[in-house]
Design a protein around this ligand. Structure first.
Ligand code: PLP
Length: 440
């Protein structure tokens, strides 16, 4: 059926806020992708959110397909998480001493991810990867790290080379301000290319402390590991005494109750040495973690010589939110995520096909993205070879019809278990007009 004409949206309040913000915050935002630079237009300032719906400062409502870039797996302001946060906050906000909530959250994480023996809680995914890297360097006594082009691991100096979405969106080769010495200790290889990995290790294997990879890439759009890639990473790193760090900040507790590796079914012998987590495990609050083998984790201060710390690490309110979120992630939640993602991705593909717009949908569990190009995307070069102008038209048509997609062609779309049939229908109704706009 023909969708009804988009209601005219007023964006005066968002525009006024952006103007105020731009005076006191660089670019008016506290994280670059929020600025809409890749798609143009006025970023919406969100005033409130419940379930699958966002309401902006002008009172416009949108079905949310960003979900805070992953954390809001149960939907916004989920009642059981809200209750846990209120209860924890009533007991005090931060103690600077150990407290039980952080123990409960660590126990929950360790119990879900079989190869994990210990975790340390930190405040962001960036801190998690930065600390995992320091630990790997401390453990091996080596300095070099291997990462894959298009994988993003936060804004860690050594990991900002070819770092996917944020940087791809702005067409920056790399960030300014990263010391040459730091970038020089990073080897960037194409994702899904074991031959390139073997060649790098043949040449510099004795210098390499770790290989870090997104368990399934989500920051160049969704690019799952090709069959055998994860296994190959384990084999090559083990052969050369380097650690394997699996970054599950985005995929952890989203792709399955444990994460991507749980979904892929990696054998215990194929497990990485270290993991990083964030997003879902904080339920929308700033908490994240890194962890792995106990003999490696034993090197961390106060037991060992690798220093790592944080005033707010293991914050009791954030830990309570994370724990309530993980406890809410029951099997029917994962089932619902799959159902919603399948319905939306299927309808998007159908609408784009009907409008003759070249596209490819790719999956990692319930994470998916729509590349505006034909053919499989296996690495960052493939991902960049797409029609971002078509995405821009598609994005704005969806936004005008009350669906908020990630404002970049290089991002996963995120759904929540609170996306009920009404929210899904709202998205499906918007797709045909957006697909036609993309094709113009
Ligand atoms: N690692 C991955 C795979 C991510 O997707 C992200 C954020 O998008 C990070 C690390 C960094 O996390 P944060 O933004 O919490 O610092």
């Amino acid at each position: 059926t023909e969708p009804t004409a988009a209601p005219t949206q007023t964006t005066t309040a968002s525009a006024t806020l952006l103007d105020r913000a731009s005076r006191v915050i660089p670019g008016g935002v506290n994280s670059p992708v929020r600025a809409f630079r890749a798609v143009g237009g006025t970023p919406r300032f969100i005033a409130s959110a419940t379930g699958p719906w966002l309401t902006d400062a002008d009172g416009n409502r949108y079905v949310d397909l960003i979900c805070s870039w992953g954390p809001m797996i149960l939907g916004h302001a989920h009642p059981s998480v809200l209750e846990a946060v209120k209860d924890a906050a009533a007991q005090g906000f931060s103690f600077g001493t150990p407290s039980e909530n952080e123990v409960k959250l660590a126990e929950e994480i360790v119990s879900r991810v079989a190869p994990l023996e210990q975790v340390r809680l930190v405040n962001s995914g960036t801190e998690a990867t930065m600390s995992a890297l320091r630990l790997a360097r401390g453990y091996t006594g080596r300095d070099v790290v291997v990462k894959f082009a298009g994988c993003y691991h936060g804004h860690v100096d050594a990991l900002l080379a070819s770092a996917g979405s944020g940087i791809a969106t702005f067409a920056l080769p790399d960030s300014a301000g990263v010391p040459r010495s730091s970038a020089g200790e990073t080897i960037v290889l194409p994702y899904n290319d074991l031959g390139a990995l073997e060649a790098a290790f043949a040449e510099r294997g004795h210098e390499i402390a770790a290989v870090i990879t997104e368990a399934a890439a989500g920051n160049m759009g969704v690019v799952p590991p090709a069959p055998g890639f994860t296994e190959g990473l384990r084999r090559v790193t083990a052969a050369h005494g380097a650690l394997l760090i699996s970054d599950e900040v985005m995929t952890g507790f989203r792709c399955s109750a444990s994460g991507w590796l749980g979904r892929e079914g990696v054998a215990p012998s194929g497990a990485p040495d270290l993991f990083t987590f964030g997003k879902v495990m904080g339920g929308g609050f700033p908490t994240a973690a890194f962890g792995g083998r106990a003999d490696v984790m034993a090197l961390l201060a106060p037991q060992g010589p690798v220093y790592q710390a944080g005033t707010l690490s293991g914050n009791p309110v954030a830990s309570a939110a994370g724990l309530a979120t993980l406890q809410g992630c029951t099997p029917d939640v994962y089932e619902r995520l799959d159902t919603v993602a399948t319905a939306i991705a299927g309808a998007a593909s159908e609408a784009l096909t009907a409008a003759s717009v070249p596209h490819t949908v790719q999956w990692a569990g319930s994470m998916f993205s729509v590349f505006f190009r034909d053919g499989e995307v296996r690495d960052y070069d493939d991902a960049r070879d797409q029609d971002s102008a078509a995405f821009r038209r598609f994005f704005h048509s969806m936004l005008a019809q009350g669906v908020h997609l990630p404002p970049s062609a290089f991002e996963s779309w995120f759904v929540s278990a609170s996306h009920d049939d009404a929210a899904v229908s709202h998205v499906l109704d918007a797709l045909p007009a957006a697909a036609r706009a993309a094709g113009t």
